[in-house]
Design a protein around this ligand. Structure first.
Ligand code: NAD
Ligand code: IPM
Ligand code: MN
Length: 350
């Protein structure tokens, strides 16, 4: 018998609602000889407002003991002055990604056959965004002077290291070469962000020599937003920096049936630290507590988690169950729990 020692961070807003369903499905999907232990951690905006604590070193040490982390969403009421400056997003979510060296933020996008896209002619949408997760403008390397005066200067520096770019690009090529289409698109803004752009382009050119079977091209980030809407079928593996990857994966979610279906993995490919799986969406304060959230993104994140830890069959079962559930969806809206129950039940039957 094997065991799965999971850390679960339900978080805020719809986070706990979607995570409850994701756990139901996970338990229903794993082989009967797998012993699942799920330890819940209270981190999030709510926890911070109650205790003044976000995530300290002892918390990180505890999380590092787990095989993987499942996270719902974090972020509180945006109007609350105590939460301003993204204190939770940076102090919790980004801190986890940095401290656990989640340098690959993996965001697969696919239009399930039965799901309607807002695009009239979406074509075959099946691509994966390999987003850098530990560098770029996310590192907090910035500052401001003369704040609040007409002479204010605010800088936000994008950090790109040869080490960080190369390991991400290598993962991108490994991903592309394992996929049928074997096509890698570097996405950047090399015509304006010339120093970082040059590093990314040279790194891709160099690593490409080791992958002669992978077709490589390049697009500027602005043009990508055109093609994601007019011809998303042209994409297979997109390799890009942290901020561009953030933006295009919300767009990718929108064209493939909505943010309620988009899953992601924050991966530490070396296995030094646990990887973390979460829906692409946030805490959705507008629908929180109403059982209106679609738990599918969290459930598909469970599929990514299971695949990552080597539970390949269970992962495939979850994806198939989601696919079948999407195909069976009618026009009657279901609650968060109804969707989770239906998917979990279809797994238990087999
Ligand atoms: P959001 O993703 O929370 O919501 C955007 C829109 O999508 C809203 O209308 C929401 O109702 C809808 N939506 C989101 N998830 C849905 C689901 N599962 N089913 C149906 N509809 C869904 O983005 P936002 O409003 O920009 O951010 C809200 C908060 O979440 C902010 O505090 C933000 O910083 C945070 N956030 C956290 C994460 C994370 O924890 N990984 C990711 C993104 C945003
Ligand atoms: C995401 C989110 C985060 C990001 C925020 C909440 C820090 O938007 O996971 O896509 O920008 O990476
Ligand atoms: Mn985002």
């Amino acid at each position: 018998p094997t065991s799965l020692n999971l850390a679960v961070i339900p978080g805020d807003g719809i986070g706990p609602e979607v995570i409850a369903e994701a756990l139901k499905v996970l338990r229903a999907a794993v082989d009967s000889d797998v012993d699942v232990a799920a330890t819940e951690y209270p981190f999030g905006a709510g926890h911070f407002l109650e205790t003044g604590r976000i995530l300290d070193d002892a918390d990180l040490d505890a999380l590092k003991q787990h095989d993987a982390i499942l996270l719902g969403a974090v972020g509180g009421d945006p109007r609350d002055p105590r939460l301003k400056g993204g204190i939770i997003e940076r102090g919790l979510l980004l801190k986890l990604r940095f401290a656990l060296d989640h340098y690959v933020n993996l965001r697969p996008t696919m239009l399930f056959p039965s799901v309607e896209s807002p695009l009239a002619n979406p074509g075959h949408v099946d691509f994966v965004v390999v987003r850098e997760g530990t560098e770029g403008p996310y590192v907090g390397n910035g500052g401001a002077i003369r704040v609040g005066t007409p002479a204010e200067v605010a800088n936000e520096i994008s950090v790109n290291t040869a080490f960080g770019v190369e390991r991400l690009v290598r993962f991108g090529f490994e991903t592309a070469s394992s996929r049928p289409a074997k096509k890698l698109t570097l996405v950047h803004k090399t015509n304006v962000l010339v120093f970082a752009g040059s590093l990314w382009q040279r790194t891709v050119d160099r690593v490409a020599l080791e992958y002669p079977d992978v077709a490589v091209d390049y697009l500027h980030i602005d043009a990508v937003t055109i093609f994601l809407v007019t011809n998303p079928g042209r994409f297979d593996t997109i390799v890009t920096d942290n901020l561009f990857g953030d933006i295009i994966t919300d767009l990718a979610a929108a064209i493939s049936g909505g943010i309620g279906l988009a899953a992601s993995g924050n991966i530490n490919p070396d296995g030094t630290f646990p990887s973390m799986f979460e829906p692409v969406h946030g805490s959705a304060p507008d629908i929180a507590g109403q059982q209106k959230a679609d738990p599918t993104a969290a459930i598909l994140s469970v599929a990514l988690l299971l695949e990552h830890i080597g539970q390949t069959d269970a992962s495939a079962r979850v994806s198939a169950a989601v696919s079948a559930d999407l195909a069976a969806r009618g026009s009657t809206p279901r609650s968060t729990a109804q969707i989770g129950d239906a998917i979990a039940a279809s797994l238990t039957k087999n």
